[in-house]
Design a protein around this ligand. Structure first.
Ligand code: ASP
Ligand code: MG
Length: 402
């Protein structure tokens, strides 16, 4: 007999039929002899709809009242799911975040989980009840309801699995798992059997929206193995776990990020402190810089290029203008770019990953603007119009068709 934490996202409980489907998955696990604790998100677009309702009344509503409102979405889900489980004849009890022992920091709208006091949950489990817990929420030191930030239910589930020392943490979603590339766009994209926490974090920041980042960080910290799987198709999903327990794959996935803009500055003075001046100004404005490229100086001048998210492009270009006394024609802001990345923990110990990626791009006549590497990732910046072709070509190079 195992203790399983199962989490279901908003799309998995979007309507009565889906709620009944989830109740079927939960009761099957229970009837197989397991203890089951379930974490659910608000149904479908409920959270967005609640935010819109608030905006109609007061776009500047306090964060405390926003949390009071938003936590209601999950309250609806837990009650409905518990009712569906009751109807299937299994003992069940629903619990709001605070009733399940979630204490958080006081930061409304972006609270951090401080502790999960599990004695009440334990008592319910010992009584052989299925427990359905509201994700995304907790209680702060003022006894006020808080939320964990958008997509926070994944983190609730992982925290609960860690606190209960659960044998398994299953995150059910509307995709079958984590793929080597976006399966809707790339022919031959394969579902991964497993992936490391670090690879998952890279893929998540690069736009593979399967798991919330913070949940992966927490899973890594507490060594919680996560299984990502579909609530609609009963097939094995992808396991996210510690690197030591798995074969390092050279490349685990290929991703595209189109939320990028490139700012280039030409002919700035070739003096010490120039980069410092520019990037400290960007930091002051809280603009996150991704890839940075600086040319070797010549004739007393040098060039610097860097990338930011599209939303920050204008402000970043303005910061460049403020920092340097140069002609506007020397500043270029290009938003028609995309970042293509390969991610894999195995590349640390395998030379040649970069050249294989560059060869695939060269063979398709795709020009590289910028390159950045980390221990487990290689990213290139290219023309946005080439992005899909580039992903397909690079994917084919690392995952040839069988
Ligand atoms: N319902 C919340 C949201 O939509 C939490 C979640 O879905 O994980 O952000
Ligand atoms: Mg949601």
């Amino acid at each position: 007999m195992a203790l399983i934490v199962q989490k279901f996202g908003g799309s998995s409980v979007a309507n009565a039929e889906r709620v009944n489907n989830v109740a079927g998955i939960v009761t099957d696990a229970y009837r197989a002899g397991n203890d089951v604790v379930v974490v659910v998100s608000a149904q479908g677009d409920t959270t967005d709809d609640l935010i819109e309702k608030a905006n109609e009344i007061n776009p500047k509503a306090s964060k405390r009242e926003m949390d009071m409102l938003l936590t209601s979405g999950e309250q609806i889900s837990i009650a409905l799911l518990a009712m569906a489980i009751e109807r299937l004849g299994c003992p069940v009890v629903s619990r709001l975040g605070w009733q399940a022992g979630f204490s958080t920091s006081s930061a409304y709208g972006m609270a951090r989980i401080k502790s999960v006091k599990t004695d009440r949950l334990r008592a319910e489990i010992d009584r052989h009840n299925i427990v359905v817990v509201a994700g995304f929420q907790g209680l702060n030191k003022y006894d006020d309801l808080t939320t964990l930030g958008r997509g926070g239910s994944d983190t609730s589930a992982v925290a609960l699995a860690a606190a209960l020392h659960a044998d398994r943490c299953q995150i059910f979603t509307d995709v079958e798992g984590v793929f080597t590339a976006d399966p809707r766009k790339v022919e031959n994209a394969k579902k991964l059997k497993e992936i490391t926490y670090d690879e998952m974090l890279e893929l998540a920041t690069l736009g593979a929206q399967v798991l919330n980042n913070r949940s992966v960080e927490m899973a890594k910290k507490y060594n919680v193995e996560i299984e990502v799987l579909s609530s609609l198709k009963r097939v094995p999903g992808t396991i996210v776990k510690e690197v030591a327990k798995m074969e390092k794959m050279l490349v685990r996935g290929v991703t595209k990020d189109t939320d990028v803009a490139r700012i280039s500055v030409k002919s700035i003075p070739n003096n010490p402190g120039v980069a410092f001046r520019l990037f400290s100004k960007l930091a002051q404005k809280k603009i996150n810089v991704d890839i940075i490229l600086q040319s070797v100086g010549r004739d007393d001048t040098k060039d610097i290029s860097f990338t930011v998210s599209k939303a920050n492009a204008e402000e970043a270009a303005a910061a460049v203008r403020d920092t340097f006394d140069i002609d506007d024609k020397n500043i270029v802001c290009d938003t028609a770019v995309a970042k293509i990345s390969v991610v894999g923990a195995g590349m640390e110990s395998h030379p040649g990953t970069a050249s294989k990626m560059f060869e695939a791009l060269y063979e398709h006549d795709i020009n590289i603007d910028m390159i950045a590497t980390s221990e487990i990732k290689i990213s290139v910046l290219i023309d946005a119009k080439d992005a899909d072709r580039a992903v397909a070509a690079v994917h084919r190079a690392f995952f040839p068709a069988e």
